[in-house]
Design a binder for this molecule. Sequence first.
Ligand code: ZN
Length: 322
Amino acid sequence: MGFSNIYFQKALQCINQHREQVQLQAQQEKQAIYAAHPELARLEHAIADKAVQATRAMLSGGEVRQAIQQLSTESQQLQDQRNAYLLQNQIDQKKLHPVYWCDKCADTGYDQGKLCSCVKKMAIGFAIEQLNAATPLEHSRFDNFSLDRYPKRSEQSGVSPQEIMSKIYQYCKDYAEHFTEHAESLLFFGDTGLGKTHLSLAIARVVLQKGYSVIYGPVNHLLGQIEHEHFSKEKNGISLQTMLDCDLLILDDLGAEFTTPFTVSTLYDLINSRILNNKPTIINTNLTVQELEQQYAPRIVSRICGCYKCFKFLGVDLRLKK
Ligand SMILES: [Zn+2]
């Protein structure tokens, strides 16, 4: 991944800002505590002074072992005195030192000369935020999904859309509540406005709250993002990588996008790689299997039908009924 990536820069900037902030905070805290406890300040300075003397002795050369031994003993005594003082006066030692987000890199962003894993993690978080930016997550919940809006009986087929939808609803609720990184992949199909988006957003919301990484978006938006990165100067591929790596990927409205050889092959890679890595994906589509086959390569459709649990949404169009 190219380091010039905006998400990495943003993450580095963010973590460095935090570093400066906690250092300043610890500095101010320390000054206030020293002002109230001059004895503590005296002990701290004396400990620092012993360290300087020891370094000087080592640099001077000659036979210094005994002198250093002596300084070390004195320093230990001072440290014991300081610790006893802290305890006696109930001073929290943590307040004297900055509390970093990351112990590994002390919020510098670098660990042994390499970019620290905390920066990568944060960068991925920013990428997910960006990818989900257009999603109205707060409106689509399980508790505001109404089954009353589905007819109790369909005149045409004689089945009860409400009963079928009630089962799908319950399945989705259980799916979200018991979600794991290796949950099943799901295909929701059926006409526009039957609640596919609502239920998949409700799943996304619960799974996100459980701390998993979720990317949700209309297929055309997500593929557009990958295409933009692929053909732009900055070939970092963070969107594609993030979509491959996230715990749950939700592709909304498959079939509504304009297909090109690039989007078809990217979509296949995305779906196939996630299947191979045993990572769940949820796909919504208004198209039938036959229509999907016409629009995409049959190999995509056969992968989905072979590996996903499929649900047909029934009822009259909710958007029309509203
Ligand atoms: Zn770190």
